[in-house]
Design a protein. Structure first.
Length: 130
C-alpha cells in the first residue's frame, strides 16, 4: 500500500507506509500524552510545563512541543517581554486527541500497582526457570 493510497480512503495502521503510523507514534509518546493533558486546563508557559512534568529534560520538552505544534495539536505564542514569554495552548485537534489518550494516563494511575505486582511475579518465575 502506498502512502497516497493509505492517506486517501483506506488507512491501515498495519501497513508500514501508512501515515497513521506517524500519528500513533505521537499518541504512544508519554511526554506528548502528559503535555496534552496539562494543556487541556488552559495555556501554559514553557517553564511551567517543565516544572509540572517531573523527569522531562528541557531538550525533550522542546522537541515534543515542536512536534505537537507541527502536527497541529498545540499552538505557540511568543510575547516580547524581558525575558521572552513563550506560552503553549492546545488546539481543537489536540483536544480531540487529549480526550482519547487521557484515559490511558488515568488507567496507568489506577493500575500501576497491579502491573508492578505482575512484573514481580513474572521476574520471580523467570529467576526460578533460569
Amino acid at each position: 500500500m502506498s502512502w497516497a493510497e493509505c492517506a486517501g480512503h483506506n488507512p491501515n495502521a498495519y501497513a508500514a507506509s501508512c501515515p497513521t503510523r506517524m500519528v500513533l507514534d505521537r499518541v504512544a509518546d508519554k511526554w506528548a500524552v502528559l503535555i496534552l493533558g496539562l494543556l487541556t486546563g488552559g495555556p501554559v508557559r514553557f517553564n511551567q510545563l517543565r516544572r509540572a512534568i517531573e523527569g522531562i529534560s528541557q531538550k525533550m520538552l522542546s522537541q515534543t512541543l515542536k512536534s505537537l505544534e507541527r502536527d497541529g495539536l498545540v499552538t505557540r505564542k511568543v510575547t516580547p517581554t524581558v525575558p521572552v514569554t513563550v506560552e503553549y495552548a492546545i488546539t481543537h485537534l489536540g483536544r480531540t486527541l487529549a480526550a482519547t489518550v487521557d484515559p490511558l494516563r488515568l488507567w496507568a494511575e489506577a493500575h500501576f500497582d497491579a502491573v508492578l505486582e505482575a512484573q514481580r511475579r513474572y521476574d520471580a518465575g523467570s529467576a526460578v526457570a533460569a
